[in-house]
Design a protein around this ligand. Structure first.
Ligand SMILES: Nc1ncnc2c1ncn2[C@@H]1O[C@H](COP(=O)(O)OP(=O)(O)OP(=O)(O)O)[C@@H](O)[C@H]1O
Ligand SMILES: [Mg+2]
Length: 281
């Protein structure tokens, strides 16, 4: 059965009040159960597009549907019930005194009783591995910890659609991996639809099933990681690169003419490909 379309974006153009055209001719759909990434250089429009999907950026030419309804006609409460956005900069999102108070704000605001609020707050903090920081002053957290508190705040609300603006930026390598594992678990086991802006090119093929590449406000390419990550030069033309492992195999295949059948995107796939291609020698 074809998956349900949750978000349908058809933007002819969007300009900020100072005249900057941030989005142009964007057509994309987010289906139920997608785990999709927005990739693109700085200033390519990722944050703006996420804000469009959350109903925060509104005065565009075009139409954006959430579950078939024009998002501009929905009451903010109706959007908020389904869609949650984690901002790029945690200081734009955090406001309470302590970590636990900040995370509890969302579920409390949604009308849950105090017991349920406490349960959700504790569970969300455990998911981002910050249980021991519950009582800590927000201002004393490191940048990566703040990023995780923001994500915990969203998890505590239990949205069906999560929009995340560079959720792994500033996390240490293990934290980056674990954050993507957490999002994957929510996606696969709890059916949460995830859209994230990211620069984590090397990790994207391990976790995400759909990518959209933005360049100068336009969507230049979309599809599975295999469809999107092609040749190094094509990626460079939009100020991106292939995953390092893919770049290595691509060069060995096309420049050294080693007989690889395909260009793998992850270390695991590359390992199999190397063993199969070179193992006999
Ligand atoms: N409030 C604003 N007023 C005017 N121009 C803006 C505003 N916010 C963003 N822009 C411009 O819109 C364009 C897209 O910005 P956006 O923040 O969406 O990019 P991005 O892809 O998220 O970049 P990054 O990777 O740096 O986060 C940029 O040219 C930026 O300068
Ligand atoms: Mg951004």
């Amino acid at each position: 059965m074809e998956a349900l379309t949750r978000l349908s974006v058809a933007i002819d153009s969007f300009r900020y009040p100072d005249g900057t055209t941030a989005l142009e001719d964007i057509r994309l759909e987010v289906k139920s159960g997608d785990f999709c990434g927005l990739l693109g250089a700085n200033g390519s429009g990722k944050t703006t597009l996420l804000k469009v999907m959350d109903g925060l950026v509104r005065d565009y030419r075009g139409r954006v549907l959430l579950d078939g309804q024009d998002i501009l006609r929905l009451h903010p409460r109706e959007i908020y019930r389904k869609v949650g956005l984690v901002f790029q900069n945690p200081d734009d999102q955090l406001f309470a005194q302590t970590v636990a108070e900040d995370v509890a704000f969302g579920p409390r605001n949604m009308g849950f009783g105090e017991e349920e609020v406490g349960r959700r707050t504790a569970a969300a903090l455990a998911q981002v591995e910050l249980a021991e920081c519950a009582a800590k002053n927000i201002h004393h957290l490191s940048y990566g910890q703040k990023k995780r508190v923001c994500i915990a705040g969203l998890l505590a609300m239990g949205h069906e659609i999560l929009l995340l603006d560079e959720p792994t930026a500033g996390l240490d390598p293990m934290g980056e991996h674990r954050m993507l594992e957490l999002l994957t678990r929510l996606n696969r086991e709890e059916g949460v639809t995830v859209v994230m802006a990211t620069h984590s090119v090397d990790l994207v093929p391990l976790f995400l099933n759909r990518l959209h590449i933005l360049s100068k406000g336009r969507l230049v390419r979309g599809g599975t990681p295999e469809e999107v990550f092609t040749a190094p030069a094509e990626m460079e033309s939009v100020r991106l690169r292939l995953p390092h492992i893919a770049e290595l195999i691509w060069r060995l295949k096309h420049e050294e003419k080693l007989p690889f059948r395909r260009v793998p995107l992850t270390v695991g796939e590359a390992r199999r490909e190397l063993v199969e291609t070179l193992g006999g020698n």
